[in-house]
Design a protein around this ligand. Structure first.
Ligand code: HGY
Ligand code: MN
Ligand code: MN
Ligand code: MN
Length: 388
């Protein structure tokens, strides 16, 4: 199913994907999206924050539409399915509706949210957070990537107007309900023995940057007693994060570290480390971060409260997606645009497609073709039900 996109941003050495927001790969993916919309005669719109919408019918506040979609950007060396499966399945499900001769009573939209992973600028779900007003444009525009380019610089280079960013009520009011199909990032469906499931809730989760400052000096001529080496508190952070996470029953990850200036023969002046912490309860996640912040300059880069999807909509999807036997309803520790929209009051839900290993954010991420096809049929059934 993902073959048309498989070559875009793929690293041939690893099979992983490099699809940073607004990178050449991302721009190529946006072109692909536009082509898919054109092939189907859909009305393509790019909103003020760079999110893409392909409409079958004309949404309005008085006649909001049913929208399905996801994102196309990836984490660095990410897998093929996280994001793209939801966008490809959205177009495929719309095709199924047309093959069935369905005449929707409301507009149907396919959405692609920009910069969901936050791999380049550090904040996840930038497009949906800007759309819903939970991320201030001035903060977004000042975010910088590893080379020091700001989002504003990058948008200008991509021919977009940085000053246009901001909450977009007109677009939001056109979305009556949003359903995101996503490869499961975990093994819940493997355990349940089912190809498709529905999301119950998204764990609260956040990202913090820890800056450890020291004194750069010579690796060979500086006595140990004279060192102010930021690597030491950094190393303690990583070990403490694991210990606290085990104690509190949450998960904590340090997956990105930037050592400045990065000489093998010099004590660094600065070590920046990014902590990702999540768990089934907000209090425990906050307690973990509080236990770790001593001695470092800590910057909260993002915080997403727990999202519990609307139970009536969730159960309706579980029934419809499962035909006679409702599909499993599962929590997830992964963040999604559907969670940002749900938190903003947009009726939202998620369909999961089985991932045989549960592995994600890795080139090893995979979903079987038959399960992906079952996901499209389930999504088409759900859309048909919602569009009656
Ligand atoms: O990081 C996440 O949870 C999601 O995959 N963006
Ligand atoms: Mn992801
Ligand atoms: Mn995703
Ligand atoms: Mn750059």
């Amino acid at each position: 199913m993902l073959e048309p996109l498989a070559h875009i941003g793929r690293d041939p050495r690893t099979g992983g994907y490099l699809r940073d927001a607004w990178s050449p790969a991302d721009l190529e993916l946006r072109e692909w999206f536009a082509g898919e919309a054109a092939r189907r005669g859909l009305d393509l719109r790019e909103d003020r924050n760079g999110n893409l919408w392909a409409w079958w019918g004309d949404p309005s506040p008085s006649r909001p539409g049913v929208v399905t979609g996801s994102h196309l950007d990836s984490v660095r060396q990410g897998g093929a399915y996280d994001g793209p499966l939801g966008v490809v399945s959205a177009f495929a499900a719309l095709d199924v509706l047309r093959e069935r001769g369905v005449q929707p009573s409301v507009p149907v939209g396919v959405a692609c949210f920009t910069d969901e992973e936050g791999a380049r600028f550090g904040v996840p779900c930038v497009g949906s957070r800007l759309l819903t007003g939970v991320l201030a444009p001035e903060r977004a525009l000042g975010l910088t990537d590893d080379e020091g380019d700001t989002l504003a610089d990058v948008l200008r280079k991509a021919g977009r107007d940085p000053d246009a960013l901001g909450r977009d009520d007109e677009t939001l009011r056109g979305v009556g309900v949003f359903v995101e199909l996503h490869v499961e990032q975990g093994r819940g469906l493997v355990t349940e023995g089912r190809p498709v499931g529905v999301a119950r809730a998204i764990w609260p989760h956040g990202r913090w940057r820890f800056d450890f400052r020291g004194r750069a000096d010579h690796a060979g001529t500086t006595r140990l007693a004279d060192r102010d080496d930021p690597m030491m508190p950094f190393a303690r952070l990583v070990l403490a994060a694991r210990e606290e996470a085990e104690r509190l029953g949450v998960v904590a990850t340090v997956g990105k570290v930037r050592v400045s200036p990065g000489n093998a023969n010099a004590i660094p002046g600065l070590v920046s480390a990014w902590l990702d912490a999540r768990g089934p309860g907000e209090r425990a996640v906050r307690e973990l971060v509080a236990a770790l912040t001593g001695g470092a300059a800590v910057h909260e880069e993002s915080w997403t409260p727990e999202v519990r999807f609307d139970a009536a909509l969730r159960d309706r999807l579980a029934r419809v997606a499962g035909g006679g036997e409702p599909v499993p309803i599962l929590p997830t520790g992964a963040g999604h645009d559907a969670g940002i929209l749900a938190a903003a009051g947009v009726p939202s839900a998620m369909l999961f497609v089985r991932n045989p290993t549960g592995v994600s954010h890795s080139p090893q991420e995979h979903a079987e073709r038959a399960d992906c096809e079952a996901g499209v049929v389930a999504l088409a059934d759900v859309l048909e039900d919602l569009c009656r």
